[in-house]
Design a binder for this molecule. Structure first.
Ligand SMILES: [Zn+2]
Length: 373
């Protein structure tokens, strides 16, 4: 998973990580700005100046998106949320919440900070743009006007009341404040998001029939994207609320097999994967001490694998941060799996391996309790 990101650095105690897909969007936006937006200003500026201005606008715009995300995270951390990382990918960014905000007020403040930052940046650049117009400095105009407009659009788009967009989160926190019920607030904000998504898809399809093919398609795509993310974040929220208060000792499995070191891929596949009907195992040394994690996906994704070779090179070493204690919260297991992209974790009592938690166990626990609700 880490291979798909590059780490820019750590600012305000929060790591900034960028998904490679972001570069594609960067190139697309730069291209759009350079080829169609800035030329509309052409006041006798040379192509070199226009291209540099376009790149600069794109840079400032992306920096603004990062500032928007940092605003969320910094306010959240001030309110005790412990956000350690921001990840940017195709459709904007995400501050990685270790847990949902614990009060409506925290959610409201941290959410409002994002669009507010976009509007402030937009306002500053709009001011510079007016000054540049006044003094006829075209090169500055060409940069400030698009930055002001783009940030305004980002602020506005994020305020759409579609959970998990900022507007949806604001709606949720307000309902939460009024009703004092997190679950029903999430449900209401999600339903608003779903309704808005269908509306956007509908409007998009209609405008495609009315002749605006590209504009309509974009509308429909964004609507579809919003619909997906509303559903995903709703089920994540439900899962989190079900797992709250649950311990690792409630979800782990104490009957498990470990894979010995040095066996071949063939032996691993037939003697473990096929025999025990799952894909992920712990590898242990002769004394039974867990050494690492071996996942079938690691083996199958290696194009240079030889079935006679040892599986040892696919074993991911077990660091301290991966080991769970029975008294740990089940949500911790979920977070560790997510952040390390693993499907299995060891449960240790002191130095002794007493069981495993698999991603599936958590999913089953949530599914069963969801039925009972
Ligand atoms: Zn935001």
């Amino acid at each position: 998973m880490n291979g798909k990101y590059f780490i820019v650095g750590t600012f305000f105690g929060i790591q900034l990580r960028i998904h490679y897909s972001w570069l594609i969007i960067f190139a697309l936006i730069a291209w759009t700005i350079i080829t169609s937006y800035i030329p509309s200003f052409k006041h006798g500026l040379s192509p070199l100046v226009l291209t540099s201005a376009g790149l600069l606008v794109t840079f400032i715009f992306f920096a603004s998106v990062i500032a928007h995300e940092y605003a969320h995270s910094i306010v959240a951390n001030r309110r005790g949320m412990r956000i350690k990382r921001i990840t940017l990918f195709v459709f904007g960014g995400a501050s990685e919440l270790q847990h949902e905000p614990d009060s409506a007020k925290t959610e409201l403040l941290m959410t409002v900070a994002g669009p507010l930052t976009s509007f402030i940046i937009s306002g500053v650049f709009a001011g510079l743009w007016l000054l540049a117009m006044h003094w006829h400095i075209t090169a500055i105009e060409v940069i400030c006007q698009p930055v002001a407009v783009l940030n305004f659009i980002v602020g506005l788009f994020n305020l759409l009341p579609a959970f998990p967009l900022d507007g949806g989160r604001i709606l949720r926190s307000v309902v939460w404040l009024i009703r004092k019920d997190f679950a029903s607030a999430t449900r209401i904000a999600t339903n608003a998001g779903v309704a808005l998504s269908y509306l956007m898809i509908g409007v998009g399809v209609l405008s495609m029939f009315a002749g605006d093919l590209v504009g309509g398609l974009w509308f429909a795509i964004i609507g579809f994207f919003l619909l997906q993310s509303a559903r995903i974040s709703y089920s994540q929220t439900v899962a989190q609320s079900i797992l709250t208060g649950v311990k690792v000792s409630d979800v782990y499995n104490d009957s498990f097999v470990t894979v010995p070191l040095g066996i071949s891929i063939n032996e691993f596949l037939s003697g473990y994967v096929l025999r025990y009907k799952h894909y992920d195992f712990l590898a242990a040394d002769q004394s039974g001490k867990p050494i690492g994690i071996i996942e079938m996906s690691q083996v199958t994704s290696d194009p240079h694998r030889h079935y006679e070779n040892s599986i040892d090179k696919y074993i991911q070493p077990l660091t301290k941060s991966l080991a769970l204690k029975p008294s740990d919260p089940a949500i911790k297991a979920q977070q560790v799996m997510q952040s390390h992209n693993l499907d299995i974790l060891p449960v240790m009592s002191g130095k002794e391996l007493i069981g495993v938690v698999m991603r599936r166990y958590l999913e089953d626990y949530v599914a069963v309790h969801r039925l009972r609700r």
